[in-house]
Design a protein around this ligand. Structure first.
Ligand SMILES: [Ca+2]
Length: 364
């Protein structure tokens, strides 16, 4: 593991700092980035001051996708970032004259096996959105806080079928390969969400020597009540507990979809069925165009409806309260933002450190 920092760290970075680190792992490996310290100016404007992860085909930033931007005021620790391909880009930008201590992060090459110690996140198969490589054998452990319960949602799925004899994704209720099997998935049918009633999940993804497809996109949340939580990422899904079956009486769920300011959150409810007399007083679905219920309310909804929305805030809150027989399946997409074009040719497992106006160095 190696480390890099913003200029002069732990002292203040200069005004108007823009740094780009392009990190290129060996073939068939990915990049793991962990933000160790992150301090921006206190009166920050998120469009001007941020740290951003990008996933890119080998070093060509114009084609970067899967952008995740954090601005320092999130109410959670910045999650560990794993690239889906061999190159990751990290951008630190402060476009103001007010400075702070800046950024320190670690970087290392990683194979496809990993362990997440966080309460929410997303998973995408290696190489996404291209076909996953052959001969993969990946173990993934999701470990949320002990008083939480995880929910796992499949957003897209296509793994070679053939009776799951060649390629498959296993989900187990526990922390190792001997934990009870919750599901073994292959083919192109989108699996139902997994509600394990546990704070730890073990996933095993395997591919053989022939035939591969796009793989999977998965989001997971956790909360003490086992329903609701935080979501982030470019795309994702969530569903009510027990989906596609009805969920229990007296269920109260709240999800928050986080997106950087300036991005557009699109929320699509593929299916909503809430058993209610029609007044939406005791059983309902509410959406807030912002992170708190003081923000503008959309809804309430009950009965059987399908809903599409565009939000322009940085966060969307979705709430259910005391619904009896409610079923929902929800997906969301963050629209792509603008990104500056820069092209740097990378070499095997190197770090290009480019701070505009400051320095240019290559670390081997
Ligand atoms: Ca295969």
């Amino acid at each position: 593991m190696q480390y890099a920092t913003s200029p002069y760290f732990p002292n203040a970075y200069p005004p108007l700092t823009i740094c780009r680190w392009i990190i290129d792992a060996p073939p068939d490996q990915q990049v793991k980035l962990v933000i160790q310290e992150f301090h921006l100016s206190s009166n920050q404007d998120c469009s001007q001051n941020y740290v951003e992860f990008q996933d890119s085909p080998s070093g060509i930033q114009e084609h970067a996708d899967r952008i995740h931007r954090f601005c320092g005021y999130e109410n959670f620790t910045i999650p560990v970032f794993y690239s889906y391909r061999r190159t990751a880009i990290l951008i630190f930008r402060s476009k103001t004259f007010i400075t702070n201590n800046g950024l320190r992060f670690s970087y290392q090459a990683s194979d496809c096996s990993r362990e997440y110690n966080q309460s929410f996140g997303y998973l995408k198969s290696p190489g996404w959105p291209n076909d996953y490589p052959h001969n993969l054998d990946c173990t993934i452990i999701l470990r949320s806080p002990k008083n939480h319960t995880i929910s796992l949602f499949f957003h897209s799925f296509h793994v070679e079928g053939f009776g799951c004899a060649r390629d498959f994704l296993e989900v187990r209720n526990g922390s190792d390969a001997s934990s009870p099997l919750l599901g073994k998935y292959c083919g192109s049918t989108l699996p139902n969400p997994v509600f394990p009633k546990n704070h730890v999940l073990y996933l095993h993804f395997r591919s053989d020597i022939l035939t591969s497809h796009e793989g999977y996109e998965i989001t997971w949340t956790s909360s003490p009540s086992g329903c609701g939580g935080t979501l982030y990422g470019e795309t994702g899904s969530l569903a009510s507990p027990g989906f596609p079956a009805s969920y229990p009486n007296h269920t109260d769920c709240e999800w928050t979809i986080n997106a950087p300011k300036g991005r557009v959150v699109t929320v699509h409810f593929a299916f909503v069925s809430i058993d209610d007399p029609g007044d939406c007083i005791n059983n309902y679905l509410k959406l807030y165009n912002g992170p708190h219920n003081s923000h503008p309310l959309i809804g309430p909804y009950c009965g059987q409806v399908s809903i599409n929305f565009f939000f322009f805030m940085f966060s969307v809150s979705i709430q259910h309260f005391s619904a009896n027989k409610a079923i929902t399946r929800v997906s969301f997409i963050l629209m792509e933002g603008l990104c500056a074009a820069i092209q740097i040719i990378t070499i095997n497992w190197s770090l290009w450190h480019l701070c505009l106006g400051m320095c240019l160095q290559v670390i081997h």
